[in-house]
Design a protein around this ligand. Structure first.
Ligand code: SF4
Ligand code: SF4
Length: 132
């Protein structure tokens, strides 16, 4: 569920407001405000579109959790999902990492990734929810 809009990072580009499929945000003079949090589908679309890593969607679709922006920024959580799935310039996409036979049917053949890139992505720690 969407939990955070960082007003210090947000550049008021409006992308998150436009891409959210359930109209969770209101636009307050350019700044997105979480207006209908319980309509959030935990789809992460807003988070991956945000070009400055100003949004945080917690991985719990049925409950709101308390988050601390400074802590999320300090441990690298802000923007980590976007990086992990390869959104952003010069990042490795999940499609490039996927080695299942199915992906070979829909993609042109991909060069093998260096082992250290795969290890970096797989080493990302799982996050526990903060106390509500
Ligand atoms: S996670 Fe999806 S549904 Fe929730 S606010 Fe972001 S775009 Fe909207
Ligand atoms: S996508 Fe990011 S920078 Fe753009 S309005 Fe939303 S929070 Fe702000």
């Amino acid at each position: 569920m969407i939990e955070l809009v960082s007003t210090s990072r947000c550049t008021e580009c409006g992308l998150c407001v436009r891409v959210c499929p359930t109209n969770v945000f209101d636009d307050h003079d350019g700044l997105p405000v979480i207006a209908r949090q319980h309509d959030c589908q935990t789809c992460y679309i807003c988070e991956v579109y945000c070009p400055v890593d100003a949004l945080y969607v917690a991985p719990y679709g049925d409950q709101a959790v308390t988050v601390d922006e400074d802590a999320l920024a300090a441990d690298g959580t802000l923007g980590s999902w976007r990086a992990a799935i390869g959104w952003g310039r010069k990042r490795v996409t999940l499609a490039a990492l996927d080695t299942t036979p199915f992906i070979d049917r829909i993609l042109p053949s991909q060069p093998a990734l260096p082992a250290e890139e795969i290890a970096f992505i797989l080493a990302a720690p799982a996050k526990e929810p903060a106390e509500a």
